[in-house]
Design a protein around this ligand. Sequence first.
Ligand SMILES: Nc1ncnc2c1ncn2[C@@H]1O[C@H](COP(=O)(O)OP(=O)(O)OP(=O)(O)O)[C@@H](O)[C@H]1O
Length: 211
Amino acid sequence: MLEIRLTNVAKRFQYDWIFRNLDLHVKPKDKIAITGSNGSGKSTFLKCLAGTNPFTEGKASYLLGQQEITENEIYQHLAISAPYMELPEEFSLLELLKFHFNFKSAHPGMGFDEMIKAMYLEEATHKQLSFFSSGMKQRVKLGLCFFSNAPLLLLDEPTSNLDSKGSEWYKDLVQQYGHDRTVFVASNSPYEYDFCNQQLHIEDYKLKKQL
Ligand SMILES: Nc1ncnc2c1ncn2[C@@H]1O[C@H](COP(=O)(O)OP(=O)(O)OP(=O)(O)O)[C@@H](O)[C@H]1O
């Protein structure tokens, strides 16, 4: 169970403040939508939370049960699905699962067969990822994320490339595998985040130009 507290955090690229003076308290199992127009900083915010691209200012505290986790360690406790993440195209699906779950532990009781079945990709078990359609690849990214045993899930545009059936499947994943974890959804599409109990509109934290 992960609790997150952000105090006065900010992110700047060169002279451009993406967001500033942002406070947020996330309780275990909270579902948080990160909204804002294109280029407003949603993906950047998720990367900062994941520790891959640190906040420029402020403090991020992560509490896993009673244990404090530092910004440098948080990557071990999260799983991320994002459009900019590349899959190793030369692997087959089964090879990718074996590789990924060398580093991350799997959701309790889930083996590779169950994962492949839950992604509706049984016929593609031994197919090379370079031959997957964009929707199949998105199902793989979401599967890797939800089937990892991590208390924090970061989802960036989770239904991109999914058809209506795939989008419903995403909602099923959230219900079945996301209910007992902390989930962030960066999105512009209300369908993707209508289950969230908190919404953070990143543009509200854009530093206004001084006149
Ligand atoms: N590494 C970087 N260096 C400089 N500027 C960056 C970098 N990464 C992102 N930016 C800038 O930060 C701003 C926010 O980008 P970001 O991708 O976080 O927006 P977004 O809200 O996720 O957009 P979209 O909805 O289009 O995916 C943009 O102006 C972008 O050009």
